[in-house]
Design a protein around this ligand. Structure first.
Ligand code: NDP
Length: 255
């Protein structure tokens, strides 16, 4: 296999949680363009099926289904369904996540619970459910979507829950990488800086001093600038990497 062929995901099946919109949609398309068959999830069946249909129109073999990542039983159901109806999962991208701005003294407890149950419990449930099947098949790759917010506190709005949740995702990445390496399962993460997505709240002038000005490259990331790195971490191109956190932030964290 030559160097370029190592990036191919031909014959692989990938699952992208929250793959119907935003960064997840771009990641799903990128994995499909690299040759993978791609399952995408959303919180409604309708949104998941619509995203799968869009990917299908691009010539990607795709499958959409509803999934609530914070619900362990729902995760087990979804993983079993995808494996039976679409294909055993070779690549898991834990992308689904939420951020809620709220000052620590004022935030209702429900804010903390929603962010932690989605961003931390969700990554844990999906990794464990898929990881068990990967162990039986002696291999697979998991890519977690972390954040530079795991390391810095330079926010346009206070969000202690989100920062804490992403730090947990980074450490979960390292812990599972160490524990599952003997089973041929590699676990890595990306730490994006500020990217523009359809639903992004950061595309407002008042956010620029926080999101754009501190970055060496003085701009937001575009959704299609994440996919190639996910292909790299999901494929044999990164066969000696596990437990790594790869920053994609336009030089935001240099200073
Ligand atoms: P979006 O809000 O655009 O999309 C979030 C996705 O996650 C949607 O598909 C949503 O599904 C899904 N989702 C949310 N909560 C749940 C849940 N409880 N169960 C199942 N699915 C859920 O976010 P982004 O694309 O901006 O972010 C994607 C990931 O990237 C997140 O983990 C985020 O923290 C991370 N990130 C984003 C950055 C950015 O600048 N955009 C920077 C750093 C990290 P539905 O459509 O059904 O609501």
């Amino acid at each position: 296999m030559n160097a370029l062929e190592k990036f191919s995901l031909e014959g692989k099946t990938a699952l992208v949680t929250g793959g119907n919109r935003g960064l997840g949609r771009g990641i799903a398309q990128a994995l499909g363009e690299a040759g993978a068959a791609v399952a995408v999830t959303a919180r409604t069946e309708e949104a998941a099926k619509a995203a799968a249909a869009e990917l299908g129109e691009l010539g990607i073999r795709a499958y959409g289904l509803r999934l609530e990542v914070s619900d362990m039983d729902d995760v087990e159901r979804a993983v079993a369904t995808i494996s039976a109806e679409f294909g055993e999962i070779d690549v898991l991208v834990n992308n689904a996540g939420v951020s809620i701005g709220a000052a620590a003294f004022d935030a209702p407890d429900s804010t903390w619970r929603e962010v932690m149950s989605t961003n931390v419990d969700g990554v844990w449930y999906c990794s464990r459910a898929v990881g068990r099947r990967m162990r039986e098949r002696s291999g697979g790759t998991i890519v977690n979507i972390g954040s530079i917010s795991a390391e810095i506190v330079n926010q346009p709005r206070w969000q202690v829950s989100y920062l804490t949740s992403k730090a947990a995702v980074h450490q979960m990445t390292r812990a599972l990488a160490a524990e599952w390496a003997p089973y041929g399962i590699r676990v890595n993460a990306v730490a994006p800086g500020y990217f523009l997505t359809e639903a992004s709240p950061v595309d407002q002038p008042e956010y620029k001093p926080y999101c754009v000005d501190p970055a060496a490259m003085k701009r937001y990331g575009e959704p299609d600038e994440l996919g190639p790195t996910i292909i790299y971490l999901a494929s044999d191109a990164s066969s000696f990497m596990t437990g790594s956190i790869v920053k994609i932030d336009g030089g935001y964290t240099l200073f």
